[in-house]
Design a binder for this molecule. Sequence first.
Ligand SMILES: Nc1ncnc2c1ncn2[C@@H]1O[C@H](COP(=O)(O)OP(=O)(O)O)[C@@H](O)[C@H]1O
Ligand SMILES: [Mg+2]
Length: 540
Amino acid sequence: MMGGQTPIFILKEGTTREKGKGAHHNNIAAAKAIADAIRSTLGPRGMDKMLVDSMGDVVITNDGATILKEIDIEHPAAKMLVEVAKTQDAECGDGTTTSVVLAGELLKRAESLLDSNVHPTVIAQGYRMASEKAVDVLEEISMNISNKDVKKLRKIAATALRSKIADAAGDLLSDTSVKSVLAVAEKRGKRYVVDVDNIQIVKKQGGSIDDTELIEGVILDKEPVHSSMPNHVPKPKIALLDSSMEIKKTEVDAKIQIRDPTQLQAFLDEEEATLRGMVDSVVKSGANVVFCQKGIDDLAQHYLAKNGIYTVRRVKKSDMEKLAKATGGEVVTDLSDLKKSMLGSAGKVELRQIGDDKMTFVTGCKNAAAVSILLRGGTEHIVDEMERSLHDALSVVGVALEDGRIAAGGGASAIEIALRLRDYAATIGGREQMAIDAFANAIEIIPKTLAENAGLDSINSILDLRQAHKKGQKYAGLNVHTGKVVNMMDAEVIEPLRVGIQAIQSATEAAVMVLRIDDVIAARAGGGPPGGMPDMGDMD
Ligand SMILES: Nc1ncnc2c1ncn2[C@@H]1O[C@H](COP(=O)(O)OP(=O)(O)O)[C@@H](O)[C@H]1O
Ligand SMILES: [Mg+2]
C-alpha cells in the first residue's frame, strides 16, 4: 500500500515491444536481408533464383519484384522493401532490383551513422535533401529521345531484356517490343500515352524463343466447339455473347412427372425448340463467328456447325473485352437483342496449329491497336520468365515514348550522382553533410553490384569509374563483359529517365520510413485469447 506504485498495464498481455536503438537495428537488419537476397540477380550477368513453394511449384526468375512476391515475408520492415519493389513495378515496370538494393544500402549506411550517434531525424533529413539533389542531377544529365528513333527505342528494350535473355533472342524480342508499343501508343496532342495492358501476351510452350511472333490481332487459346465447323472465315461477322446457349437449370430441385410418352416427347421438343431459337437469333443477325463467354449445349453446337458458324465457348472475360475493342463488336448479354449492328468485324478468323495445340487467330481487325505477342520457348519455365522480361521491355519502351527522356545505364548515372552529391554535401555542412555523403556512397552500390555479379573486382571498377567521371566523362559506365569503362550513351546501354528517378525516390522514402520508427509494438502472434491459455499440462 505504501507509495501506491501499482504498475499500469496499457498493452494486452503477450504484446512485445522494442524501443530505440533495438528497434532500429532490428528493422534495418530485416531490410538489409531482403536487399541481400536479391542483389545477386542485378544486371546482365546477375544470377537467377529458383523458388519452390509449399506445393512444390517451381519458379525460376531473375526479376526482383517476382522474387519478393513469391517468398513469404513476415517482418514488417522487410515488407516495406517489398512495397518499394511493387511501387517501382507499377510506375515503370523495371528497376525493381535496383530500387530495393538501393534502399537496403541506404539503411546499411544509416546504421553506421546511428552508431556514431547521429539522430535518425537528421539522417532522414539529409537523405531527403540528397534524394532531391540526385534527381536534379539525373534530370540534368538525361537526354532527349525522339519517338521516331526506333533504333534507340530498341536499345532501351534491349537494356531491360539483356539482363535476362541471351543475345539473338534478345534482338527479336526488343524489336517485337518496340513494334507492339508503337502499335498501341495513342497520340494525345504532342504527347504519347501507352497502356501496355493493351498488348496481349499469349504463352505457348514448345518451339524456341525465335518462333515468337507479333500478331496484329487477338489470339484465343481455344478451338471451335465442333470439329465440322469451318477453320477459316474470311471477312467474319463476329457475335460476342456474354450469355450461355444452354437450357437454364432451375435453382431449386424440381420434378416433372410425365405420365405418357407423348408428354416426354413434347418436353424434349420444347427444349430443342428453345436451343434452335437461340441459334436462329445468331443466324438471323448475319453472324458467321460466335465468341461465347459461357457454355454451349451440345445440340446448339450441332445447329451452329450445321450453319457453318465458327463458334468458340468459354472465352475469358478479359479476352472478350479485347475482342470487343479490336473488332468494334458489342458484347451481348441477351441473345434476343442480337442485331447486325452489334457484330464485330475483322480481316479473318482462322484456326492455326501452334505446337501441339490449335489456337484461334482474329487478325486484320478494325482497330489496329490490337496487338498480341505469341511467346514461344522450350519449357514452361523459359516461357514464364520470358513473359516477365517482355513485360519489363514493353514497359520501358512505353515509358520512354511517353516521357521522351533517357538516362545512361551500366552504373554511369549512379557514379555521376555520387560525385556531385559529395560536392553538394560540402556546401551543406553540419550533420546533414554526413548523411548526404552516406547517400553518395550508398548509390554506388549499383555499379559495385554490377561489377561483383560480373565477377569483376568491384573496388577497382568503382575507382576506375570515379576517375573517369572526375575527368568529366559523365556517361562512363561499366562494360560488364570486358570490365572496361566505356561511354554508356555510345554503347547504347540506356534506360528511361523515369526508372532512375522512381528508384531513387522510392528507395529514399522506404529508408526514411524505416528510420523514423523507434518503437515497435507487436501483438502476440496467433491472436490467442487475452492472457493466454491456462496451463493445461496436467489436465487429463
Ligand atoms: N549491357 C549492359 N552493361 C552494363 N550494365 C547493364 C547492361 N544492361 C543492363 N545493365 C544494367 O543492369 C541494371 C538492371 O539490372 P536488372 O537485373 O534488370 O535489375 P532491375 O530489376 O533493377 O531492372 C541497370 O543498372 C542497367 O543499367
Ligand atoms: Mg531490369
